[in-house]
Design a protein around this ligand. Structure first.
Ligand SMILES: [Zn+2]
Length: 566
């Protein structure tokens, strides 16, 4: 039904003259100059995304060439003569519109070649508008090329495409090329205002801005959204209505999400998800929007990427500004992870938990990346060699001048540095195990966030899940995930080979959630400070790797903990 109304509105407000075409002044001006100087090329190539005026401009060109109100081609077709009217209605026999997607065979093009020889019946020119021309077969292109090489003087071809790179160079070289642009937000808003005025409907400025942004520079999309809104709203169209009708989250939400990730604002991220859920948005769609958003950042980050975005300038600036704050590797990882997240959702709850876990992970991504980089370097240094074949491992005596927050003790030259895990050391090593498993399987990693490492019993790790996280537990228990986690345990620990899970009953005392204490042999600072320091995955990993202990805590730019609190 919406589709039907949309057609009505789009047809109703379709531009009838070059002056009415929105946001393509560079094209209409050139076409007008060509018409008034009588230098009309026989083949035009109109390039640009869908719904930004290529076919509309082609029809206006056809009217300009064939309008009966003037003795020759005119830049101001009357719009009322038989030719102008039948061209607008798509019934003029001299203006032939062909959909390249469904008429792409060599026979279709041969038919054009035969038809083109005949002189126009009521106009001066026969105008062939071939939409989606890139869909023609190779044989059809070859047939078309012959016509373009020796066109009869009364023939004008307008080839329109969204994908110019799929059009053979031999065809392109025969055409005058016109690149249609995404329409700036301001121009779309201006157009919407004109339509609203004629339709006698009111809309807030914010709503118009939102429609224009959602249309991403496409006039037809903007008109279609406005049409739906006119049906949806009884009174004035408000900002919120736009996102209700589209079922979308505002771009503003995506910018906010991105900022929260950059600022490692976990609470902000969870509130944002809460908000999206509370507003009844579909989470799979939301994830896809996030994916598209980060994909935009990624494209922006790469050379010449901005040409591919087709974003209005205002939006481009917002995206560029944020893209600069991420590393390229970081963005690639995020896009990969969100892409992975879009597959394999089976319930709204699963979507939500997985999304929250991933958001937390990526907001910590900077730390995680540097952990890997630093560890790799340290291990290499420790091995006493540069990159390449591993050098013979030498035990290194402690160097007093290197004393820092973490004191490296002389360690055994064992190659895989496996640790003996006990219930007491479990909390300290859990982040490393989680990360290891998460790197092997993102899916496992996100669900493990819900698990609490409770104890080591013999060669088994006991993982507890809160009563509300039964699903997380089931997923972790899946055979493939069980294998991955057990492999991580085998690689990191010397003594733990398997794990079992427990669901904490609802009536369980809150004490079950209390974090493990950090044993005294690992630290000479207070439990509280040590626990805080161990929450930093870098610290936890370095302590793990070098069998270190925390002797002092220095915050960047702040005095040591010992100096602060005597
Ligand atoms: Zn006319």
């Amino acid at each position: 039904m919406a589709e039907k109304r949309y057609l009505v509105l789009a047809r109703k407000w379709r531009p009838q003259s070059f002056d009415d075409v929105v946001g393509q002044d560079h094209i209409t001006r050139t076409l007008c100059n060509a018409i008034s100087s009588g230098r009309i090329h026989h083949a035009f190539l109109f390039i640009g995304s869908r719904g930004i005026g290529k076919t509309t401009t082609a029809r206006i060109l056809a009217k300009a060439l064939n309008c009966l109100s003037s003795s020759g081609p005119t830049v101001t077709p009357c719009g009322t003569c038989d030719n102008c009217r039948s061209i607008s209605e798509g019934t003029n026999i001299d203006v032939i519109e062909i959909d390249g997607a469904s008429n792409n065979s060599v026979d279709d093009v041969r038919e054009i070649r035969e038809n083109v020889r005949m002189v126009p019946s009521s106009g001066r020119y026969k105008v062939y508008i071939i939409d989606e021309v890139h869909q023609l077969s190779i044989a059809a292109f070859n047939a078309l090329l012959k016509t373009l090489e020796e066109p009869p003087p009364h023939a004008v071809f307008v080839l329109a495409t969204t994908e110019a790179h799929k059009v053979p160079a031999t065809i392109i070289s025969r055409c005058q090329r016109y690149d249609f642009r995404r329409v700036p937000i301001a121009s779309i808003i201006e157009l919407l205002r004109k339509i609203l005025e004629k339709e006698q409907v009111k809309a807030s400025d914010e709503a118009l801005h939102a429609i224009a942004r959602a249309a991403e520079g496409g006039v037809r999309d903007a008109e279609s959204i406005l049409d739906q809104l006119i049906s949806y709203c009884s009174g004035e169209i408000a900002f919120k209505d736009v996102f209700d009708v589209l079922g979308l989250v505002d771009w503003h939400v995506l910018h906010t999400l991105c900022d929260a990730v950059l600022n490692k604002d976990v609470a902000g991220l969870l509130l944002l998800v809460e908000d999206v859920v509370a507003n009844g948005k579909d989470l799979s769609q939301f994830v896809q929007e996030i994916l598209r958003y980060y994909r935009n950042l990624l494209v922006c980050k790469t050379a010449n990427g901005t040409d591919l975005l087709h974003l209005p300038e205002e939006e481009l600036l917002e995206v560029q500004q944020r893209a600069q704050r991420f590393t390229l590797t970081g963005l690639i990882r995020m896009v990969e992870q969100f892409a992975e997240l879009t597959s394999g959702f089976d319930s709204q709850l699963a979507q939500r938990i997985a999304l929250e876990a991933l958001l937390i992970r990526i907001s910590k991504a900077g730390v995680e990346l540097s952990v890997d980089a630093v560890l790799e370097k340290l291990l290499l240094l420790e091995a006493g060699g540069a990159a390449g074949a591993p050098a013979p491992v030498q035990p290194r005596p402690p160097d007093p001048s290197q004393a820092g927050p973490v004191e490296a003790a002389p360690t055994a030259p064992a190659k895989p540095r496996r640790i003996t895990l006990t219930t007491d050391t479990l909390a300290a090593h859990w982040p490393a195990i989680q990360q290891h498993a998460g790197r092997a399987s993102l899916n496992l990693g996100v669900w493990l966030v819900k698990a609490e490492p409770a104890a080591i019993e013999g060669d088994a790790l006991v993982l507890r899940f809160p009563s509300g996280a039964a699903q997380a537990r089931n997923i972790v228990e899946k055979p493939e995930n069980r294998g991955t986690l057990e492999e991580a345990l085998a690689q990191i620990t010397a003594n733990v080979r398997r794990f079992r899970t427990e669901l904490i009953p609802e009536t369980a005392p809150a004490a079950a959630n209390t974090p493990q204490g950090i044993p005294a042999f690992m630290t000479t600072v207070s439990q509280e400070d040590a626990r805080e320091a161990m929450q930093d995955p870098l610290v936890a990993k370095v302590i793990d790797a070098f069998k270190g202990r925390i002797v002092d805590i220095k915050h960047p730019g702040a005095p040591a903990a010992g100096e602060r609190s005597p």
